[in-house]
Design a protein around this ligand. Structure first.
Ligand code: BTN
Length: 322
């Protein structure tokens, strides 16, 4: 696909561009434009004025995703599938080769998408960003908590960019806007680490199952218009790459600060479950490396590592199960 041509047309903001503007002869332009239209890009032809861009393709466009992506690590290769069981499965399989480090696998549809705790993750075909990134992190970064935070922070930043609304992280892996889940992260392991992200993009309110109507949302719902998923995916790959590079360069504090700033937990009453005890209290601080700092209901300050936050609510609320 001629991506520079696509971008010239798109960036003209709906204006007609003629042959001279586009710098192509009539025959060549005919071929290139036919290819864009066959892919699903909406264009309008005018006999004298030329061609105008009318809308993005509904499909993910691998050429557009990779065009001048300029990432160092993540997205060195991008594979787009039409229908798979789970992109995480494909990424686990791709871990047989170290050459696949940084591989991004995307699918238009999953038939057996997974969420945390064995839950299913489903989304209408061509509606979402269903993505798995394969990484071979050094031992220091090869930690499900760190990798989950990497995915959640990058996704929250992308959500904020495309909606203009603050995106928060509900520990450990949900990205939410005004309390509604817009994305989830699932880190799994094979011989590499797989960072799976499901981000609701062009999901309409009607697409959401009845039981999720109040608790879930999408970029389209938040922004009030359909988005070009290829562009959303590009920004997601770039944010993951930027945070991962910081981690590789030994700058852990940055991701920790971004994650902490977006955590919803502060000011909430939490029940923290370790392997040996259950602690009730209020969360004072959270760190990816040092764990949670709590003021317990008994008034003590406790630091807890490797725990699950199993219930929470506002300070004056009855805790609700998650
Ligand atoms: C959750 O919120 O429980 C995590 C959801 C993660 C879903 C994504 S979609 C892409 C990747 N493939 C999967 O099967 N799951 C993750």
């Amino acid at each position: 696909m001629n991506v520079p041509l696509l971008l010239r047309l798109r960036d003209a903001g709906g204006r007609f561009l003629g042959l001279d503007d586009l710098g192509l002869d009539r025959d060549r332009l005919g071929v290139e434009v036919a290819e864009l239209e066959a892919f699903g890009v909406a264009l309008e032809w005018h006999p004298y004025l030329g061609i105008a861009y009318r809308g993005h393709a509904e499909r993910l466009c691998p050429d557009l995703i990779e065009w001048s992506l300029d990432t160092r690590h993540v997205g060195r290769r991008v594979a787009v599938w039409n229908r798979v069981a789970s992109t995480n499965d494909l990424a686990v399989r791709a871990a047989e080769s170290l050459a696949n480090d940084g591989l991004v696998i995307l699918a238009e549809e999953q038939t057996a998408g997974r969420g945390r705790r064995g839950r299913a993750w489903s989304a209408p075909a061509r509606s979402s960003a269903l993505m798995s990134v394969l990484l071979f992190p050094p031992a220091r970064l090869d930690d499900p908590g760190w990798l989950t935070a990497l995915g959640a922070v990058a996704t929250a930043e992308v959500v904020e960019t495309w909606t203009g609304q603050p995106a928060r992280i509900k520990w450990p892996n949900d990205v939410r806007v005004e309390g509604r889940k817009v994305a989830g992260v699932l880190v799994e392991r094979g011989s590499g680490a797989v960072l799976g992200i499901g981000l609701n993009v062009n999901v309409t309110a009607a697409d959401l199952p009845a039981d999720l109507q109040k608790s879930a949302t999408s970029l389209q719902v938040l922004r009030g218009e359909r988005l070009d998923r290829s562009e959303v995916v590009r920004s997601l790959i770039r944010r993951i790459d930027a945070h991962y590079l910081n981690g590789l360069n030994g700058d852990d504090a940055l991701l920790n600060a971004c994650w902490r700033d977006r955590l919803e937990l502060f000011g909430l009453r939490v029940r923290v479950q370790t392997t040996s005890e259950s602690i009730h209290g209020h969360l004072l601080d959270a760190s990816l490396r040092q764990g949670l700092t709590l003021r317990t209901d008994e008034g003590a300050t406790r630091r807890v590592l490797g725990a699950e936050v199993v219930t929470m609510g506002r300070a004056d609320d009855t805790p609700n199960s998650i």
